[in-house]
Design a protein around this ligand. Structure first.
Ligand SMILES: [Fe+2]
Length: 200
């Protein structure tokens, strides 16, 4: 069994002007594919990893080599990310909308806090909205290709939505303006998918 690149269900230019076609093509076809290739190579070289699902690997990531951590994380995070993007506007479910409002004050306040967390992540990483095992919504960020499903994560839980703040996600169009990229994300976020992750 080997891991394979999932297709994106829209054209590379479909998210323009917020995310440009060239970035989508390179991000998906080169960066994501590289995580998958490296993960498959690591699994092929390590019999104990064979037959494990991606989620199994993440849940026990502290026991695995850095090459597994980086590439299993990279594969899961990008697969999650593509599904969170939509060329057409969407809105959160009533349940997610209510939970965000009661936790952060309002949707706008949540967006600002999420952008702030994404901007504060030094170097490469991800910013997440997570539902903790206690059912609370929390904004957190992780370095590199770590994520909240890893046993090593300081904040663990179910990712509701996440944004990739690696420069490869935005540099061609936004150059050093990560803040502008974080703001533009709201225009292409698939709230239907985020609501499904929330469970309502
Ligand atoms: Fe990425």
């Amino acid at each position: 069994m080997s891991f394979t690149l999932p297709a994106i269900p829209f054209a590379p230019a479909a998210l323009e002007p917020h995310i440009d076609a060239k970035t989508m093509e390179i991000h998906h076809g080169k960066h994501h594919q590289a995580y998958i290739t490296n993960l498959n190579n690591a699994v092929a070289a390590t019999p104990a990893l064979q037959g494990q699902s991606l989620e199994d690997l993440l849940a026990t990531i502290s026991q695995h080599a850095p090459v597994v951590r980086n590439n299993a994380g990279g594969h899961w995070n990008h697969s999650f990310f593509w599904n969170l993007l939509s060329p057409t506007p969407t809105t959160p479910s009533a349940a997610l909308s209510d939970a965000i409002a009661s936790t952060f004050g309002s949707l706008e306040a949540f967006k600002k806090a999420f952008e702030k967390e994404g901007l504060a992540r030094f170097g490469s990483g991800w910013v997440w909205l997570v539902k903790t095992p206690e059912g609370k919504l929390v904004i957190t960020s992780t370095p590199n290709q770590d994520n909240p499903l890893m046993d090593s994560a300081p904040v663990k839980g179910t990712p509701i939505l996440g944004n990739d703040v690696w420069e490869h996600a935005y540099y061609l169009h936004y150059q050093n303006r990560r803040a502008d990229y974080l703001k533009a994300f709201w225009n292409v976020l698939n709230w239907h998918q985020a609501s499904a992750h929330f469970g309502a």
